[in-house]
Design a protein around this ligand. Structure first.
Ligand code: FNR
Length: 327
């Protein structure tokens, strides 16, 4: 079924954060659509798709290294968006074919300002190449049944952004996410909601507004300010994933513990779990305090489980996994 992009609250793509446990956590608190972390097409092309019967997941695994590049499960099939980094239409299509049947939509990152992306002609480098954008999006649209979207940043002038957005709309994308910052802007610079509004006014396809949503009330504020159908949040969700809950945020301690439980359950990459926990701790506290130091020192899920009082749960999951694995 075609994913509906109207009136939705959305977990933004976040590298090393947006893996399966974090996406499920956001959804549990109320996120309607959850983006995965950006994965580069080159990497996907080195992978194979595997059913993981012990976890009940679909794993995309890098050949040779055995590292899980993308893990998903049927529960999130209708809301998970796979975000890809690319600079080439044919390569993007080949890579997308690996995952498109397992996800609700495919998104192309056209906003990443990091030198790794730019030097590879990906992310924000695409913003100055409208013909290439057209080529990538139409190639994906023509050859896949999966809905295709993209996420952009603002260009130098609002007029330029609107012109590009109109070209993108013509490719048949199902939605366009607009991060209300320019390529040179820093995360602490305020997002320019008025320039997102200019894009919304010019398009009929749903626009997902992104930038500076830190509380549940901000979802409504940015919608009113921009006229956008839907809203996407990154840092606000990273710091406390219960931002999606209409009842208000849950205590940060509870959210962290729930994240650890989900990471254990879905056997998340330990480095990625530690990275996400460190990001949470750096925002509310400090990595020099005992909790931060203990997270940094953790060498296994047993260590993290002990730290967060989830050792019983860890044991229980391990036992269940063993019995499933030996069946
Ligand atoms: C990001 N962002 C990002 N964007 C993207 O398109 N693909 C990605 O993989 C990432 N990775 C990422 C990691 C982390 C830790 C952060 C904080 C951000 C950008 C993100 O999706 C969003 O556009 C911006 O952070 C602005 O939204 P907020 O943070 O103001 O809600």
């Amino acid at each position: 079924m075609e994913i509906n992009y109207r009136n939705k609250i959305v977990l933004a793509p976040m590298v090393r954060v947006g893996t399966l446990p974090f996406r499920l956590l956001a959804a549990q608190y109320g996120a309607d659509i959850t983006y995965g972390e950006e994965i580069i097409d080159h990497k996907l092309l080195k992978c194979g798709r595997h059913m993981n019967d012990v976890l009940g997941t679909i794993d995309v695994i890098e050949k040779g290294t055995n590292s899980v590049v993308f893990r998903t499960c049927p529960v999130e099939r209708s809301r998970v968006v796979f975000q890809m980094g690319t600079s080439d239409a044919v390569r993007a299509l080949k890579a997308a074919q690996m995952v498109c049947k397992d996800v609700a939509a495919l998104d192309i990152n056209m906003g990443c300002p990091k030198s790794f992306s730019i030097s590879g002609g990906m992310g924000a480098a695409l913003l100055t190449k409208p013909d290439l954008i057209h080529d990538i999006l139409t190639t994906l649209k023509r050859n896949l049944d999966t809905p295709v979207t993209c996420k952009i940043r603002l260009l130098k002038s609002s007029q330029d952004t609107v012109e590009l957005a109109r070209r993108i709309e013509k490719t048949g994308v199902s939605a366009l996410a607009v991060h209300g910052r320019k390529v040179a802007d820093r995360p602490r610079d305020p997002a320019k909601w008025s320039e997102i509004a200019d894009v919304v006014a010019a398009l009929s396809v749903p626009v997902i507004a992104n930038g500076d949503v830190f509380d549940y009330e901000d979802f409504e504020r940015i919608k009113v300010a921009t006229g956008a159908s839907s809203v996407m949040v990154a840092r606000g969700a990273l710091w406390n994933a219960s931002i999606f809950s209409p009842q208000g945020k849950l205590p940060w301690e509870d959210v962290k513990r729930e994240y650890v439980r989900k990471s254990i359950l879905w056997d998340n990459d330990l480095k990625s779990t530690k990275h996400t926990l460190k990001e949470m701790i750096m925002h509310y506290s400090c990595l020099e305090l005992p909790e931060g130091k203990a997270v940094i020192k953790s060498e296994s899920y047993a260590d993290l489980a002990r730290l967060y009082g989830e050792d019983k749960y860890h044991e229980h999951v391990n036992k269940q996994r063993l019995s499933r694995g030996s069946r």
